[in-house]
Design a protein around this ligand. Structure first.
Ligand code: CTP
Length: 411
């Protein structure tokens, strides 16, 4: 379906490819309006862009004629999608910090329309921590990305990621977005360069070599969190107790059985930027599990099981120190006074956030696919709607990405 695209062309050598992009978008039946930044006009002229878009080209925030006829607010509203191509490091930085000093940035800030960004810059600029921070922020803000591709740069002898995607690739991403899909995933997600550690599943505590103490945790929520974090570009270590789930793709999964093993595996996986403790760790283990199977003896009562407390993995890792992850998230399984118990648990365990869920049998949370949770932080308790465990997972990791971007904690 023909839609209205606002194409913001930034100042880079790739700007000449954006002239071709105008043509490709119009071939697909879309109307294209063009904004050129001041720097873009060093590479291409408004005349050329206007001839291809068959419309006037907008260049200046303070052009009085334009403000009377069609100001930046109208420009940003009378469109279905904004495309920024090429998006320079400078333009990305301005967008990430909400600047509005020229027409392009003012339009972007005033808009509530989807934004697709096609970055193009020197590989060193693309890899610079400042650009990485800006990208994480923009992805957390919901901006869509296409590219960049890797290859030779305009500068002689320079190669690496930073080439703007080809016009046809961008046009295809536009159509995917307009159809309600997502653009090609950001090669570098909002959690790229981050290490996320997740515990999941139950633990099994042996009574003897054939019997054990366990609980009903399925591991679905923890595994979903690991999957969601990997999808955002994180390196993920999943330490899981015995579950009937496949190992998530793109995640390093470490299988453990007991709480003691889980603590050891978690310690070995540090440092991490974010640690999510979703496992239902057994609070107790049998004090001295025999090496041989316990035998029942006719006419005698069974020997009592003597239990001893397991280490609290969350509490151990949350202790302040150089190895403490920047964000420690625990779970609380409650059957009553869910938020109040979670607030107390957050403090007692030293966690930053607690994801509290109601596991009373009526909710079907244990083993089910949906979850009703409350996100309890130092400041507030948010009630989230009942969602699939996958949605809960995505929301948690996106919030974690936001937190890291806002606190600018770099690895
Ligand atoms: N946890 C842990 N190690 C333990 C026990 C719990 O890491 N030995 C973590 C869990 O992964 C979870 C949180 O602590 O993030 C839950 O704490 P827990 O005290 O077990 O709470 P509940 O399961 O909600 O149980 P209770 O109310 O009985 O304390």
């Amino acid at each position: 379906m023909a839609r209205r695209i606002l194409l913001i062309i930034g100042g880079g050598i790739a700007a000449y490819k954006s002239l071709d992009l105008i043509r490709r978008l119009r071939e697909r039946g879309h109307g294209v309006r063009v904004v050129l930044t001041r720097a873009a006009q060093e590479f291409i002229t408004p005349l050329a862009a206007g001839a291809l878009s068959n419309d006037r080209v907008f260049t200046d925030l303070f052009d009085l004629d334009d403000e009377r006829e069609i100001g930046h607010i109208r420009l940003s509203r009378e469109t279905d999608l904004i495309v920024v191509a090429p998006a320079t490091a400078d333009l990305l930085a301005k967008l990430a910090t909400g600047q509005a000093g020229d027409l392009a940035t003012a339009v972007l800030l005033a808009s509530d329309k989807p934004v697709l960004v096609a970055p193009a810059m020197n590989p060193r600029m693309w890899q610079h921590p400042a650009t990485r921070r800006n990208l994480r922020q923009l992805a957390a803000d919901g901006v869509h990305f296409i590219g960049p591709n890797s290859g030779e740069m305009a500068e002689r002898g320079e190669a690496g990621p930073g080439r703007m995607s080809e016009p046809t690739e961008i046009a295809e991403a536009v159509d995917r977005l307009l159809a309600g899909g997502t653009a090609r995933a950001l090669a570098e997600g909002p959690l790229s360069g981050r290490h996320v550690l997740v515990t999941s599943g139950p633990t099994h505590e042996p009574i003897d070599p054939v019997r054990y103490i366990a609980n009903r945790s399925s591991g679905k929520q923890g595994h979903a969190i690991a999957t969601a974090a990997a999808a955002l570009g994180a390196r993920v270590t999943l330490v899981s107790g015995p579950v009937a789930l496949p190992d998530p793709e793109g995640v390093t999964t470490i299988a453990v059985t007991t709480a003691a093993q889980m603590l050891e595996a978690v310690r070995a996986a540090l440092p991490a930027d974010v640690a999510v403790f979703a496992a239902a760790v057994a609070d107790w283990r049998v004090a001295m599990a025999p090496d041989q199977k316990l035998k029942k003896a006719q006419g005698t009562a069974p020997a009592p099981l003597v239990l001893t407390e397991n280490p609290d993995i969350l509490k151990t890792i949350a202790v302040p120190g150089p190895k403490r992850p920047a964000l420690v998230i625990g779970f609380a399984a409650e059957t009553e006074n869910v938020v109040a118990h979670a607030q107390k648990k957050r403090k007692d365990k030293g966690a930053d956030w607690i994801v509290a869920n109601d596991v009373s049998p009526a909710t079907g949370t244990f083993g089910g696919d949906r979850n009703t949770v409350h996100l309890v932080t130092a400041e507030e308790a948010e009630n989230w709607p009942t969602q699939s465990k996958d949605e809960v997972a995505r929301r948690i990791v996106l919030r974690a990405a936001h937190f890291l971007a806002a606190n600018q904690t770099d690895v």
